[in-house]
Design a protein around this ligand. Sequence first.
Ligand SMILES: [Zn+2]
Length: 251
Amino acid sequence: MKPLPTESLERAAALIAEAAPILVFTGAGISVESGIPPFRGEGGVWGRYDPSLLDIREFRAKPLASWTAIREIFYESFGLARPNPAHEILAAWEERGLVDFTVTQNIDGLHRMAGTTRLSEFHGAMGELICVACASRFPASRELLAPIVPTCPACGGLLKPDFVFFGEGIPHEARASAFAAAARARLCLIVGSTGQVYPAASVPLAVKEAGGILIEIDPGQTEFSALAEVRLRMGASEALREIDAILQRGT
Ligand SMILES: [Zn+2]
């Protein structure tokens, strides 16, 4: 077993303590330990399903095919996922005043479930359904998901998960709150994001461009790696546990 990169962990903890409250930016890598597969790369969702099923035009044209895949991908597997220690530590940091705001690219709702409240779910979240006809929102309940193609209780229109499909824009409030938080932040802690999806990836970049610091936690090389002051090549829970322990010791 490799020794832990202690020096980097301690540097990360010191920078976080100094710059707090910080901005946190998360991607698929933080949810892997909750059993959620990434969309991209090896073993990813797009290896098994055609991404066009989540294109808004395809969805409207062929709701039966799209909903069959959506149910399998999101509501039969993701639906069982629970927050892991990484989500829980970040929620505790918000409570302790170390985290100002969290921006996530994930639609799994796990940050919210862990207790994070100052949050931009940049791509929406699967926990609600929205009517494509009247824009009413409903919790994604077992009852609403019972028909093969769920329909709106208010108007009978087609329901879709309230996350961003291909061909749709970022919800205004999610985007505005994320960039406002980036403008306040002196440090952005990036956890498990490859930095390939825009405009989300612009959020940490805005912190860097304004003279702030990036810290990256990711087992692999990402688009942010070259820009980061500290790079921790570790899983999310392991790295955050170590940093949390250093912060708690107050060193
Ligand atoms: Zn409706």
